[in-house]
Ligand binder design. Structure first.
Ligand code: GLU
Length: 303
């Protein structure tokens, strides 16, 4: 496949068109990002790498990190994890409180904020030093000791994190948060503040395209767990636009309100796109447009 030419060609076509949408201004620091940043990076399981535009500039990966926290919690807890949260698309926005009342504090899936907070709670119970141990996990996964949280982003989000604070306490009232909600929230805000550039992002996620193994053969998840995480990304990775993303792009993926998207083609590649302007559903406007054209042009999707 002529990945380089195809990525460059589609990048040129998308950057030449309007850049619609809005920055995630509800987190003050994210409102300061240049709205015209646009980068794409692709890594194949055969070791090919293609990058274009702002693919070497780090950005806030936000909810994309929820796939990584889920991976670690799933590896440690196994199938018991599904007693604490579901695997269904929510059909409501990522920070919604309404469903939790009817569902008695059991979040619909691990990628909405409520589910990610429960995963943080699970990791706090399982890890000696949650923030440090999680960072070590990410650095090992990516073979990159420079990856880090951004204290500026974490503090910025914490300063206005009223909905997440409400969510965490609400879930606690049903007994599905076991630890101190403030500790869970601190871990959650740091998790969301992780920064990566396009290449770091696609490298970190390659294990999900490679049957759960890093390219050096180290097992991160077994085959069944890998299948399930990819399935969750397919059905729940784009808030209440997951059906639309599946329809247009046809790959498992996960977005974040920093404007990043990671998409996985099992047994082939990972592709990361970053463009900070978000559509009405909170997903990168250019990111979705790029990926739709990419899978259409290459005829490579899982369907
Ligand atoms: N830190 C963000 C929040 O909790 C994550 C949202 C996202 O990227 O989906 O609002």
């Amino acid at each position: 496949m002529r990945y380089k030419e195809i990525v460059e060609e589609i990048y040129e076509s998308v950057i030449g068109e309007e850049n619609s949408g809005r920055l995630a201004t509800y987190i003050p620091e994210l409102a300061k990002v240049n709205p015209d940043n646009f980068g794409v990076h692709l890594s194949t399981i055969d070791g090919e790498n293609v990058g274009v535009g702002d693919c070497c500039q780090r950005f806030s990966i936000q909810s994309i990190a929820k796939v990584l926290s889920l991976s670690l919690a799933y590896k440690k807890l196994g199938e018991r994890i599904w007693g604490r949260l579901g695997v269904e698309p929510s059909g409501t926005s990522f920070n919604s409180l309404v469903q939790l009342e009817a569902d008695k504090g059991i979040p619909r899936n691990p990628f909405i904020n409520a589910g990610a907070l429960v995963i943080c709670d699970i990791l706090i119970t399982l890890l000696d030093n949650p923030k440090e141990d999680f960072l070590t996990y990410i650095r090992d996964l990516s073979d990159n000791p420079t990856l880090d949280y951004s204290s500026v982003i974490a503090e910025s989000e914490q300063s206005v994190g009223y909905r997440n604070i409400a969510l965490c306490h609400f879930i606690k009232s049903f007994g599905n948060i076991k630890n101190d909600p403030m500790e869970v929230l601190d871990f959650y805000f740091n998790l969301c503040s992780l920064e990566m550039d396009g290449r770091e992002l696609t490298h970190t996620f390659l294990f999900l395209a490679n049957g759960g193994r890093k390219l050096d053969g180290t097992e991160i998840l077994n085959g069944s767990q890998t299948k399930r995480i990819n399935a969750l990304m397919q059905t729940c990775g784009f808030y209440d636009e997951s059906g639309e993303f599946s329809f247009k792009v046809g790959l498992p993926g996960k977005s974040g309100v920093g404007g990043g998207i990671i998409a996985i083609h099992p047994n082939r590649y990972t592709i990361g796109v970053w463009s900070p302007k978000l559509n009405d559903k909170g997903n990168s406007y250019r990111g979705i447009k790029f990926l739709e054209r990419f899978t259409t042009h290459t005829k490579l999707s899982i369907f």
